[in-house]
Design a protein around this ligand. Structure first.
Ligand SMILES: Nc1ncnc2c1ncn2[C@@H]1O[C@H](COP(=O)(O)OP(=O)(O)OP(=O)(O)O)[C@@H](O)[C@H]1O
Ligand SMILES: Cc1ncc(CO)c(N)n1
Length: 275
C-alpha cells in the first residue's frame, strides 16, 4: 500500500495573475507538467492581463499565516519557491513561516517589476529580501535588473553577471542563477554559480517574440518540481532551462500583449519539433 504523502509535493508562495500567464498560475501549471503536486500560499492578488498589471492588493497577514498552517498540517512539501511578495511586511511574514515550517529547499525568485513595468515589490521589500530571505534560499533566480538591484552594480556583459552572482552568493544564497532574458544580445546567456563556487553558462538562441510573460516563474517552478522529484541542483536547473525554452519557442496566441508561454510544449517534445 502506498504511503500518504509519498507523491512529490511543492509549494509556491507568490501572487496571482488573473490573466493566467504569470505568478501562481504559471507556477502551478508548470509544476503539474513537471510531475509534482503543487500547493500555494497566496500573498497578493493582481488584476492583470497580457497588457499589464491594472491593480493589486496584498492579503491580510492573518490569512497568509493560516494558509501556511493549512499546508503544513496536511502535506509533505519537498521543495518550495517564492515569487511576488509585494512589500517588506509580507516578505517578513514569509520569512517567519519559512523558519517555522520545513518545506524543503527554497528557490527564491525575487520578483520586482512585471514585464509591463508595474512595481510588484516595494523598495523596502527589496531590502528585507536582501537582509532576511536570501540567506534562507537554496537557489536565487534574479533576472538582470533584479541582480543589479540586489548586488548594487550595473550589468553590461557576462563578466558583470559573474561579479553580481558572486556578490549575491556572499549575501547567503547557496546557488545563484542569473537569467539573461533582459540582455540585448541575440544569444540568451543564463549564468549559474553553484555552491562549490564553480559556474557554467546556459546558452540559447533568443526567440523573437513578445510572448514571454511568466518566463521567470516558469523556470523557477520547473526547478522546484525537479528538486521535489529528487534531482540535484545542477540537473534541476538544466531541466528548468529546457522546459522554459520549449515553452517560449512554441508560442500560443493568447491575449494582445506579452502573451503567456506554452506550458504543454516540453512534454509534447517541444524542444525538438515545432508543435
Ligand atoms: N526571448 C527569449 N528567447 C529565449 N529565451 C528567453 C527569452 N526571454 C527569456 N528567455 C529565457 O527565459 C528564462 C527567464 O528569463 P527572464 O530574464 O525573461 O526572466 P524574468 O524577467 O524573471 O521573467 P518574468 O518576469 O516574465 O517572469 C531564462 O532562462 C531566459 O534565458
Ligand atoms: C503575480 C505575478 N508574479 C510574477 C510576475 C512576473 O512574471 C507577474 N507579472 N505577476
Amino acid at each position: 500500500m502506498s504511503e500518504i504523502n509519498s507523491f512529490p509535493q511543492t509549494l509556491t508562495i507568490a501572487g496571482t495573475d488573473s490573466g493566467g500567464g504569470a505568478g501562481i498560475m504559471a507556477d502551478m501549471k508548470t509544476m503539474q507538467e513537471c510531475g509534482a503536486f503543487s500547493t500555494a500560499v497566496i500573498v497578493a492578488v493582481t488584476a492583470q492581463n497580457t497588457l499589464g498589471v491594472q491593480d493589486f492588493q496584498a492579503l491580510d497577514p492573518k490569512l497568509i499565516n493560516e494558509q501556511f498552517s493549512s499546508i503544513n498540517g496536511d502535506f509533505k512539501i519537498r521543495a518550495c519557491k517564492t515569487g511576488m511578495l509585494a512589500d517588506a511586511e509580507h516578505v517578513s511574514i514569509v520569512v517567519d513561516n519559512l523558519k517555522k515550517y520545513d518545506f524543503g529547499p527554497l528557490v527564491l525568485d525575487p520578483v520586482m517589476i512585471a514585464k509591463g513595468g508595474a512595481q510588484l515589490l516595494s523598495d523596502e521589500g527589496i531590502n528585507t529580501i536582501k537582509n532576511d530571505l536570501v540567506k534562507l534560499s537554496e537557489l536565487i533566480t534574479p533576472n538582470i535588473p533584479e541582480a543589479e538591484r540586489l548586488a548594487d552594480c550595473e550589468i553590461k556583459n557576462k563578466d558583470d553577471m559573474l561579479l553580481a552572482a558572486k556578490k549575491i552568493k556572499e549575501m547567503g544564497a547557496k546557488n545563484v542563477l542569473i537569467k539573461g532574458g533582459h540582455s540585448e544580445s541575440l544569444e540568451v546567456n543564463d549564468l549559474v554559480l553553484l555552491d562549490d563556487e564553480s559556474h557554467f553558462w546556459m546558452k540559447s538562441k533568443r526567440v523573437d517574440t513578445i510572448r514571454t510573460h511568466g518566463t521567470g516563474d516558469t523556470i523557477s517552478s520547473a526547478i522546484v518540481s525537479r528538486l521535489a522529484l529528487g534531482d540535484d541542483m545542477k540537473s534541476a536547473i538544466l531541466y528548468g532551462k529546457d522546459f522554459v525554452e520549449a515553452a517560449i519557442k512554441n508560442t500560443i496566441q493568447v491575449g494582445h500583449g506579452h502573451g503567456p508561454l506554452n506550458h504543454w510544449a516540453y512534454n509534447a517534445g517541444g524542444n525538438n519539433n515545432e508543435i
